[in-house]
Design a binder for this molecule. Structure first.
Ligand code: C2E
Ligand code: CA
Ligand code: CA
Length: 634
């Protein structure tokens, strides 16, 4: 380009010289054109910048074409003016014009379409004019120049086509490249985004938390995270289908975004679980407000296809502080608070606090000891007598695990059994306990049976019965001397499997008892479809029979139901003499409870039941008919 301007400038000066220097006065179109060209050259040399923007480049090219046309037309007019003023210098003027056109074409050769213009607008007319001049020399030069110009134009035309093919190819490549980049950007966005709600997903949330989590002072005050899951979502999803489920998730996501999107990251972390993260600390009252808001946002019904869908949300919050050392621990704390919120009912929120932390620490310690097998070593088994109401003798004793941990103190079986179930080590733990129980009852007379609790999860495991029978065989314990207690929850997961395993135990001679009947769903179908030798009526059924006639009627009905199914029944939690008298009058077969004996060591039980002697401490009371209410009064 600078060459273009230089050529045109040189030719301007040439014309000026050829015409005796008349044209380059200070204020004239020629001086103006000279100044413009000089300025363009300076701009090109010193201020020109590379540009990648195709639109800007296209605009510049158009501008250049227009400018070229204007300059050429201007040059032609000026040439005409000069010739009319200096007819004697026509040939020189025409030659300079043609040279200017050639120079301009060369300067524009990187844009052939524009380069053709000076040749066509300026060069060709001038050469034609030269050709038609009267003298032979001018005509000869004119024809030669005309041919040169035509050849050049053809060359430029070919070059232009090749160039446009190249540019089109490059553009296609650039377009493809851009498309690939946009696809990659979209894929990256998708990887960070929940497809249904458009909220951030779990990965993105964790990354943001990792980058931005601020730990505050001991009392809290650092970043805050809330984890919320919907109550009743599954039910709505099941009842109205997935489209309704999606509508619920989308609506709740929008509400969360509307309420907190301005200063927090709102994410869907999976299923019906959402999380909101505030980088900066919040005042305690604001946290409480947030907890309430989240629950309230969900409780407003969601309109979907003319139906009003009612759901709710529970929420757990945690504040980053010294007890939340990492993002995963921070989130775990919010999860733990959510778990507790859910345990307290629907639409409840909880903020993780020191008390929860202490409980979680205990739970973690408990899990560790169970997994290390240290717990199993520390555990012992106690036995609680079960009395036959007809003979007033202890006929069996229920093995109850006891754990007095060096580190954690006394832990009730209801707690550690469920933890072992969740850890998936219940079978191993129960086998260790069965071994301990079998060893402890070895000195017992054969008629005193061992009653052992099976975990609901354990009995649903393939081959559980065979493993238990192998264990008894290894320890030389007769299967006929053992009663296995199983709760109805065992049948909820996989009825067929539990039934098969129990059947195997039964066939080997073990007695099978249904435990805690009447506490849960108390489905009578279990009594109909499965064979139980014994049914243990849940302790809650005995609790207030001495005060409440309705309770007595229910218990009586259940005892008769058990008998109708062909099973004997045990009343649990017999705590008073009056209760004992009542269940006896109702025809119950066995009784168990603190009134008849608390869980004791194996040797104590043996001492309580030397041979077939009745329990001396309770016998008199049991046999006293005054304590027994007439059945008609029940
Ligand atoms: P469960 O099978 O219903 O055991 C009876 C529970 O009632 C025992 O609680 C016993 O101490 C308690 N109990 C007995 N008589 C009375 C009474 O008169 N009043 C009251 N209020 N309670 C009474 P424990 O020992 O805390 O056991 C709780 C549960 O833990 C058991 O309920 C059983 O499901 C489970 N469990 C205990 N030991 C084992 C075990 O070795 N293996 C398995 N799988 N579960 C066990
Ligand atoms: Ca039991
Ligand atoms: Ca029980």
């Amino acid at each position: 380009m600078p060459l273009l301007y230089a050529t045109v400038l040189v030719n301007l000066v040439g014309l000026h010289v050829a015409t005796g220097g008349e044209e380059l006065v200070l204020i004239s179109p020629v001086s103006f054109l000279t100044a413009v060209l000089a300025w363009r050259m300076i701009v090109w040399l010193f201020f020109q910048r590379d540009c990648d923007d195709l639109d800007v480049i296209a605009a510049q090219l158009v501008k250049m074409v227009v400018l070229t046309v204007l300059v050429c037309v201007g040059f032609s007019i000026w040439t005409q003016v000069l010739i009319s003023k200096h007819p004697g210098e026509t040939m020189s003027i025409l030659l300079f014009s043609i040279l200017a056109a050639l120079g301009a074409a060369y300067g524009l050769s990187s844009f052939p379409r524009a380069a053709i213009l000076p040749l066509a607008i300026l060069g060709l007319p001038m050469a034609t004019r030269l050709m038609f001049m009267k003298d032979a020399t001018s005509t000869g030069i004119g024809i030669s120049l005309l041919l040169v110009l035509l050849l050049l134009m053809r060359l430029l035309h070919t070059h232009s086509r090749a160039l446009s093919a190249l540019v089109t190819g490059r553009l296609a490549i650039a377009k493809e490249h851009n498309r690939a980049i946009s696809a990659e950007v979209a894929a990256l966005k998708r990887a960070d985004e929940d497809a249904l709600t458009g909220l951030a997903n779990r990965a993105k949330l964790f990354r943001e938390m990792q980058r931005n989590m601020m730990q505050g002072p001991t009392s809290g005050g650092g970043s805050v995270v809330a984890i919320s899951d919907l109550d009743g979502f599954k039910a709505a999803n099941d009842a109205f289908g997935h489209a309704a489920g999606d509508a619920i998730l989308e609506a709740f996501a929008l509400r969360l975004l509307g309420a907190f999107g301005d200063n927090a990251i709102v994410a869907r972390t999976g299923g019906d679980e959402f999380a909101i993260f505030w980088r900066n600390g919040l005042a305690k009252q604001d946290i409480a407000k947030i907890g309430r808001t989240i629950c309230d946002l969900a409780s407003t019904p969601i309109e979907w296809e003319g139906k009003s869908l009612n759901i709710g949300a529970s929420c757990g919050l945690a504040e980053a502080g010294p007890i939340s050392s990492s993002v995963s621990e921070f989130v775990r704390q919010a999860d733990s608070a959510l778990y507790r919120a859910k345990a307290s009912g629907r639409g409840v929120w909880r903020l993780y606090d020191q008390e929860m932390h202490a409980l979680d620490k205990r739970r973690a310690g408990l899990e560790k000891m169970l997994l290390d097998r240290k717990a199993q070593m520390e555990m012992t088994v106690h036995f609680q007598p079960i009395i036959c109401l007809a003979s007033n003798t202890v006929v069996s004793s229920e093995a109850l695990a006891r754990w007095n941990s060096d580190e954690l103190g006394v832990i009730p079986p209801s707690e550690f059994i469920s933890v072992a179930e969740q850890l998936g080590i219940i079978e191993e733990l129960n086998e260790a306990l069965l071994r301990k129980a079998v060893n402890a009852v070895r000195p017992w007379p054969p008629e005193l049976r061992l009653s052992f609790n099976l975990s609901a999860i354990q009995i649903s495991l393939e081959g559980a019965a065979a493993r238990m029978l192998d264990l008894l065989e290894e320890d030389g314990f007769s299967p006929g001397s053992i009663q296995f207690e199983v709760t109805e929850t065992a049948f909820l997961a996989d009825m067929a499997k539990a039934k098969r395993e129990l059947q195997k135990l039964r066939e080997a001679g073990c007695i099978i008892a249904l435990d805690d009947f009447g506490a849960g769903h108390a489905s009578v179908s279990y009594l109909r479809d499965l064979v139980f030798d014994v049914v243990k009526l849940d302790g809650s059924l005995t609790t207030n029979i001495q005060y409440c006639e309705r309770s007595r009627r229910i218990l009586l009905g259940l005892i008769e139901l058990c008998h109708a199914s062909g099973a004997k029944c045990v009343a649990e939690h017999v705590e008073t003499e009056e209760q004992l008298a009542l269940i006896r009058a109702m025809g119950c077969d066995f009784a168990q409870g603190y009134h008849l004996g608390r869980p004791e060591s194996g040797m104590t039980i043996l001492a309580m039941n030397p041979g077939r002697t009745a329990l001396s401490s309770t016998e008199a009371k049991i046999l006293n008919p005054i304590a027994m209410l007439p059945i008609s009064k029940i």
